[in-house]
Design a protein around this ligand. Structure first.
Ligand code: G3H
Ligand code: 13P
Ligand code: ZN
Length: 335
């Protein structure tokens, strides 16, 4: 058993309390590679922002959980080296789907875990979440749970609506599970194709797709039922059209990729939403820079030649999110 405290990591409790009170959101960036980790740390240090580095099951399979944990430990030391005396870095398990995976992560130094029982019947979601909370809280690890199902890209509008979080369930769920934060479904979804073209309208000037708005009425109702309780938004990449265009210009094929408009996320960040998950935007920033670099420099074959611009582009995107969308810059609790 290795406590995250020995690694210099923090849990989400204090940063979420400050974010809910202050009307901003903490960035939760997924990482799989060293370049993503470096870009996240550089962006967090430059903007003096707390940050959540999250590891999915896919990331564990790709990079290995132990390696990612050491990378997070390295991230704390790297942040200090870059001049941040008191970095606030959370190492979080994203979409944990069993008690065992959550326990394994807690035992190896994660400071926060998500138990995603959202696809289970309500009572089973409660029982599983409660079990994870009991173990996690013994080790001062915070737990994110999920209620309501995010739409998959194949879902149609009708089933999307029926999977939204039901505000009438949140008090019972939060009380009986003891979870520290709650991911809700209000119209976001994972990936770079969040909406089908037929769910969107087309801007007559640009010809670009305009997605339907998020269900802020549901968010505000949940906020009223659980005042001050930390709410989480998954599937919150904006899928910047500039990056999609670069990818498509340099040999890619991402037709009608579409995300959540940033003004919607800005609005959400001012509410009880205090954690906003972004993964796809990092993938797009990395891929666009690599495609462009290799197309313009066909003789390059040293990975550092194309991974450096990829890292720079991700760092620029992370800083933009922190400063212009989430508002978590200059929010370190200890300067
Ligand atoms: O929630 C999904 C995250 O974007 C992680 O994706 O499972 O492909 O690593 P992944
Ligand atoms: P995106 O696919 O919108 O980046 O969402 C990531 C996410 O929610 C990770 O849990
Ligand atoms: Zn997610």
């Amino acid at each position: 058993m290795l406590s995250y405290k020995e690694l210099g990591l923090v849990n989400t409790r204090a940063m979420f309390a400050a974010a809910v009170k202050g009307g901003y959101a903490i960035p939760a960036f997924n990482f799989n590679t060293m370049e993503q980790m470096q870009a996240i740390v550089m962006a967090a240090v430059e903007t003096k922002s707390p940050v959540i580095m999250q590891v999915s099951k896919g990331a564990r399979n790709y990079a290995n959980a132990t390696i990612l944990r050491y990378m997070a430990q390295g991230a704390v030391e790297y942040a200090k080296e870059l001049g941040c005396a008191y970095p606030e870095i959370v190492l979080h398990l994203d979409h944990g789907d069993s008690f065992e995976i959550c326990k394994e992560c807690i035992d190896m130094g994660f400071s926060s875990v998500m138990i995603d029982g959202s696809s289970l019947p309500y009572e089973e979601n409660i029982a599983l979440t409660r079990k994870v909370v009991e173990y996690a809280h013994k080790h001062d690890v915070t737990v994110e749970a999920e209620l309501g199902v995010l739409a998959g890209v194949e879902d149609d509008v009708v089933s999307e609506v029926s999977h939204y979080t039901k505000p009438e369930e949140v008090i019972d769920f939060a009380t009986r599970t003891g979870c520290d934060s709650l991911a809700i479904s209000i119209g976001t979804s994972h990936g770079a194709y969040k909406f089908k073209p037929e769910q969107c309208t087309r801007d007559p000037k640009t010809g670009k797709l305009v997605p339907p708005p998020l269900a802020f009425d549901i968010l505000y109702e949940i906020e009223k039922k659980l005042p001050g309780f930390p709410i989480v938004l998954h599937g919150s990449s904006s899928v910047p059209q500039e990056e999609v265009d670069i990818i498509n210009t340099y040999g890619g094929n991402l037709p009608d990729a579409i995300g959540i408009p940033e003004e919607q996320l800005r609005k959400a960040a001012k509410s009880a939403v205090c954690k906003i998950n972004i993964d796809s935007d990092s993938r797009l920033a990395m891929t666009s820079a690599i495609r462009k670099h290799l197309a313009e420099n066909p003789g390059h074959f040293d990975p550092r030649q194309y991974l450096k611009p990829a890292r720079d582009n991700m760092k620029k995107m992370y800083i933009h999110k922190i400063v212009n969308v989430l508002g978590s810059n200059n929010k370190l609790l200890k300067q």
